[in-house]
Design a protein around this ligand. Sequence first.
Ligand code: SF4
Length: 93
Amino acid sequence: VDTITTPASSGDVFEGKGGGKYQVKIIPDKCIGAASCVAVAPKAFKLNDQQIVTVLPSINEETDENLLLAAQSCPTMAIEIVDTETGQKVWPK
Ligand code: SF4
């Protein structure tokens, strides 16, 4: 079994902005591939071939509310959210 390294594979994207004001950032080292974020926000997140979450271009079709729900669903808090209007970190608190 290969050791998982970060970034998991070339071309993976770990940041993106939703359709609202939230900027999302993944901490790949914290992701355990639980995929709850993928279930909540399938346009924003996808697991790569090493079962690490990556950000999809279609994240801009997800609402702020849904992105926050996805981040809150992550058992390891691997998803950070910043409000681009205020510069404040929204999640984790
Ligand atoms: S919910 Fe968290 S641990 Fe699970 S795939 Fe998403 S970021 Fe990774």
